[in-house]
Design a protein around this ligand. Sequence first.
Ligand SMILES: [Zn+2]
Ligand SMILES: [Zn+2]
Ligand SMILES: [Zn+2]
Length: 239
Amino acid sequence: MPKSPMSKGRCYLCGKDLGKGAMNTHLHKTHLPIALGDIPYYLIKVEPYYSKDYWLYVQVNANSNLQVLDDFLRSIWLECCGHLSAFRIDGQDYDVTVEAGDEDGNDWFESDALPMIETILQDVLEPGMVFTYDYDFGTPTTLKLTVVDAYQGKGTEAITLLARNLPLVVACTTCGKPAVYADAMNMWDEEPHFYCRECGKKAEKNKEVNLLPITNSPRMGVCAYEGEQDQYGVETVKR
Ligand SMILES: [Zn+2]
Ligand SMILES: [Zn+2]
Ligand SMILES: [Zn+2]
């Protein structure tokens, strides 16, 4: 996989660039709580389950429901074609429970999952807890979420992005120039192929490829992910 130098990220509150662990310390020492108040918040670290290159620190209102967190994860990292998703917290699944069954009231499938929208974060989370999230059960992107801390503060947003990894530096596998495409045909291979614009054009003529844009997301090159809903680019944050 492509590598960023030490997987550094940017603090969205002051623009400072730091490593993942140092960012945690920095957020606590310098910023949290952002303002004094009595709204309960969690500081949650979000990472892909199988990679350490992408990460987020988010402040989430503990009175929000799981759907709010689902919406945020979809918009910053995941949404491609409206796939299903689910959280697993302490052995319990939470999803968008689909009403399905026949006229006689028989269920088509048994599901023990509870509805995200009716699940309030502070009823199921506590500091130190680690839980998982899956987006898309066909070509899944699995995330690991850690409840780093709980504190009281003030604000109007349900979710605030506090820090995010810098975009990875990806080189064209063929010529070494900066890549702009990932090939969805072989993202699961040991050595996925990345292309600059020129080499991408050539490859499209000569073989079967499915070129998707390079994105700052663990879903890069998967399904039809193009990152168009991601409004949280690090370039929008002052240094
Ligand atoms: Zn900062
Ligand atoms: Zn998709
Ligand atoms: Zn190239």
